[in-house]
Design a protein around this ligand. Structure first.
Ligand code: ATP
Length: 420
């Protein structure tokens, strides 16, 4: 019977450099030189977006190879590469490597989902890893084992791919030489098979990282073919020393749990919930926009923060009585940070004073005293306003999302919403 060796690596980078995917690509090169082949693509698995110690996007990496006579050599290569390339000087870099040669059990899958939805301690991860038979290697505090175990264990019912191109070390920290025109061309020719390339509202090239890491660019896609085509179109003015395609849970909404009511949601969880808009969204100092939604179980403040830029304009069109489904997470301030929303039913009725027979809109004649017409003096006893259908900017059933520049790695863009 064929058996496999699963390898998980996490927490090797720091804000000043390195990237666990680059480290993985170096391991893969060494594997190739030694005749060790990967089974399936390497994985880049994004975990709890609220994890406290993340460098950027809380991603762990996993590799799968045959558990054969070369397995011990593979382990040596992995551990040596982690020793050599991890950013050990950074307090927050605490690499963890795990090896596992059994079947991925449902218990391990559950653990992986917990690593997306909840917080796990190093001790818990270690205890769990040992209980299922993982070989555990901790460097410094070894926090990376939390993500490593999850990265090998997560089932991928939905997935995307990311092609990462890496720079020459001499260029780390310098301005990336990417021909932006070619990125626009690539997007025109490959979207929606590739996505998140450009934020058109901000003219922001999203494939280009903004940190001094080894990545020159990263292109995200539903298919490997589209990635290869895209790579052929993007022109760069510096060497690409290596590139690697990862299979990933990015842009799958895997972090989002659908809940029946508002009261079921907890702080630091990510959810999809329906509610009725209670007030007109208002902007406060700092440019953040807030509004409340409610259902029979309670209410919650929703926020579209300043970095979501034009999304706030869309949110400003919401009005009380609109029924919407919001997707996002509850952060530090206990506010629901909206990643996208779908309109369930717009409130397109406004109540106004009646129009007088003479054509003029009437005014109130005082509390419960009906209406009067200022033009012809006619009076109406009833104080009931009349419903008027109004034109809305938003549309029923439509999704509205934050711009690419403000989107989470895990958030499913609208262009992927009908792929289910
Ligand atoms: P990059 O995106 O560049 O790979 P990063 O944002 O992934 O960087 P890491 O260096 O991987 O940051 O650090 C994240 C740390 O959080 C890792 O040690 C990982 O094991 C840990 N972690 C992941 N998920 C959880 C969780 N659910 N609870 C607690 N810790 C977690």
């Amino acid at each position: 019977m064929i058996s496999y060796l699963y390898i998980g690596v996490d927490d090797t980078d720091s804000p000043d450099g390195m990237c666990t995917t680059y480290l993985a690509s170096q391991i893969i090169n060494e594997f190739n030189d030694n005749g060790i082949e990967l089974v399936d693509y390497p994985r880049l698995i994004r975990l709890n977006p609220f994890a406290r110690h993340k460098t950027r996007g809380n991603g762990g990496v996993a590799l799968k190879i045959l558990n054969d006579s070369k397995a011990e050599l593979a382990k040596e290569i992995v551990l040596e590469t982690v020793e050599k390339l991890s950013m050990f000087d950074c307090d927050n870099t605490n690499p963890g490597v795990i090896f596992y040669d059994g079947e991925i059990t449902s218990e391990m899958e559950e653990y992986a989902f917990r690593a997306i939805y909840e917080f796990i301690t190093i001790e818990e991860a270690e205890e769990f890893g040992r209980s299922v038979g993982c070989e555990i290697h901790k460097f410094k505090k070894g926090r990376g084992i939390i993500g490593s175990i999850a990265a090998i264990s997560l089932p991928l019912s939905d997935y995307t791919y990311e092609l990462l191109a890496y720079r020459s070390q001499d260029n780390y920290g310098t301005k990336r030489q990417i021909d932006y025109e070619s990125v626009y061309e690539m997007d025109r020719k490959t979207f929606p098979d590739t996505f998140e390339n450009i934020d058109y509202s901000e003219n922001y090239i999203a494939i280009e990282p903004k940190t001094p890491c080894p990545v020159l660019y990263g292109i995200r896609s539903n298919t490997v073919e589209a990635l290869k085509k895209a790579k052929g179109i993007v022109e760069v003015g510096e060497p690409i020393v290596d590139w690697c395609i990862f299979k990933t849970n990015q842009h799958t909404d895997m972090h989002i749990r659908e809940v029946r009511d508002i009261a079921s949601m907890k702080q630091f969880g990510c959810y999809c919930v329906e509610g009725e808009v209670k007030n007109r969204p208002t902007i406060i100092d700092g440019g953040h926009m807030f509004f409340y939604i409610a259902d029979d179980s309670g209410e919650i403040e929703c926020g579209a923060y300043e970095p979501t830029k034009n999304f706030r304009k869309i949110v400003s069109h919401l009005r009380p009585g609109d029924k919407i489904r919001v997707y996002g997470g509850i952060g530090e301030q206990n506010t629901f940070n909206v990643e996208k929303f779908q309109v369930i039913e717009l409130n397109d009725v406004e109540y106004k004073n009646p129009i007088c027979e003479c054509g003029k809109r009437m005014t109130s004649a005082g509390k419960n005293k009906g209406f009067k017409c200022k033009k012809c003096g006619r009076k109406l006893e009833s104080s009931k306003k009349v419903p008027i259908k109004i034109q809305r900017f938003l549309k029923n059933a439509q999704f509205y999302e934050t711009p690419v520049s403000a989107r989470r790695h895990l958030s499913k863009p609208i262009c992927r919403m009908d792929l289910d």
